[in-house]
Design a protein around this ligand. Structure first.
Ligand code: AMP
Ligand code: GLY
Length: 429
């Protein structure tokens, strides 16, 4: 028998299920644990009753069980220093330490680094005092973007149509503390016009490997209307991401970012996920995330042909220079099926009924738990249903075909995922 490996995946959403699903296809992987996982991950590995944010609990468990690799899904444990703790114990971990995770955990840290490195981004200022913020506000034309500095679960950004609206948003963040301490500091920035693109690079701090481009759909409603969500669907690759554009992003954005981190003494090992705006003046950084995107991971991993173990271990060990990454031709799409009332007030507890399996699709569980009679809804984003194939239309038809086999009370999903790439008129009415 050849070498065998074990892995702990921290988190319990669609991203973590997709990671586990990909690891499970590798005959060398003997054991997969999730902390805490969901009803879907329980079918590819073992769920541990440890929340993703329980840095102490995860560290204690890992010290005892010695997994071959820990992959950290969400940003909160990374910002809280989980990767540092595990590295101190000699445990291999994919994900940056707390200092590197500030790229996502502090928008002002990110902005300062971008400006220092001359990386294209919206003109901005960060403020912990209202008076200074108001002076800077006068220099921005509307709409103005107001951001809470810290982690706010994707909700800390307000696009203000007037200075009055911007002042109100600032007051709610800085004085009202609607996002707690995350809003003690705010970033004010100019509004960028263009199409958004998600670009993931796996890095060991020196080398980087680009994963296919992707596009997320943040708004709850078709035609990109309604409230912001954690993401209602994604597809990959994005036609706008031509090889020239990707080269430009790599040389003008991603490599200078790694150089900026290195200059601070930060060895960043994990995912550098750039949220980009493709403006008339070229690609600009909207934000960085320090981990895999959700639901982007649910389309990136089905397109990865080489084993995810080798890639993530190479990054974790600082050996990415030798890593080989193969992606398959074609495209993938994922459609998020959400709970009734999501995102405002999701209703939980409904039983989920699954139908026949559709070839070339995968159903990734996000907000589910094991109930008495099978899987039930336990979170706003319930499932991410992915299809893949030779082109995006085929991927879409498969994804929606699989969506059609699943039922739960109050389910809702967007019927227009991929509309920018495929054209609105190509969707069945
Ligand atoms: P962020 O968390 O910084 O990515 O912001 C969340 C969303 O707000 C982004 O995905 C964009 O849709 C929007 N956004 C953020 N910053 C800007 C900006 N400067 N101009 C236009 N839209 C923005
Ligand atoms: N898909 C957006 C995110 O993961 O932040």
């Amino acid at each position: 028998m050849g070498e065998t490996f074990t892995v702990l995946i921290v988190g319990g959403g669609g991203r973590e299920h997709a990671l586990g699903w990909k690891f499970a296809q590798d005959p060398r992987i003997q054991k997969i644990w999730f902390a805490p996982g969901n009803a879907g991950t329980a079918r590819v590995g073992k769920n541990l009753p440890i929340p993703a944010t329980d840095v102490e609990g995860i560290t204690r468990w890992a010290e005892k069980e010695k997994p071959g690799l820990v992959v950290v899904g969400p940003e909160a444990p990374l910002c809280a220093g989980l990767a540092d703790r595990l590295r101190q114990l000699g445990i291999r971990v994919f994900g940056p330490g707390a200092k590197g995770a500030q790229l996502e955990g502090s928008k002002s840290f990110c902005k300062d680094l971008l400006v220092r490195q001359g990386i294209p981004t919206a003109r901005a200022g960060s403020f912990s005092r209202t008076r200074e913020a108001l002076v800077f506000l006068e220099t921005l034309s509307c709409p103005v973007v107001v951001k809470a500095d810290g982690l706010a679960a994707g909700k800390g950004v307000v696009i203000a149509e007037s200075h009055g609206e911007a002042k109100q948003a600032m007051a709610e963040m800085m004085e009202g503390r609607v996002f707690g301490d995350a809003g003690a500091k705010v970033v004010l920035e100019e509004f960028l016009v263009g199409e958004e693109l998600s670009l993931h690079a796996v890095t060991d701090g020196k080398n980087l490997v680009l994963l296919p481009s992707a596009q997320d759909h943040k708004r709850v409603g078709e035609g990109d209307t309604g409230l912001n969500t954690g993401g209602m669907g994604a597809y990959s690759p994005a036609p706008r991401a031509t090889p020239e554009l990707l080269r430009e992003v790599e040389t003008r954005i991603l490599r200078p970012t790694l150089a900026g981190l290195a200059a601070l003494g930060i060895e960043y090992r994990g995912v550098l996920y750039a949220g980009l705006m493709l403006t008339a003046d070229g690609p600009m950084v909207l934000e960085y995330n320090c981990r895999f995107g959700d639901p982007e991971t649910e389309v990136l991993l089905p397109l990865l042909d080489s084993p995810v173990w080798d890639l993530l271990v190479a990054a974790a060990e600082g050996n990415l220079g030798k890593a080989e990454v193969r992606t398959r031709a074609g495209a993938a799409m994922t459609v998020v099926m959400a709970a009734q009332g999501y995102p405002a007030r999701p209703v939980l507890g409904q039983r989920i009924e699954f139908g026949v399996e559709v070839p070339d699709t995968a159903i990734f569980h996000a907000g589910t738990r094991e109930g008495n009679g099978g899987a039930e809804v336990s979170g706003g984003r319930v499932l991410a249903v992915t299809g893949w194939g030779d082109d995006l239309r085929i991927a879409r038809d498969r994804a929606y075909g699989a969506v059609g086999t699943i039922d739960f009370q109050g389910k809702h999903f967007r019927r227009d995922i991929g509309h920018r790439a495929l054209g609105k008129d190509t969707f069945p009415k």
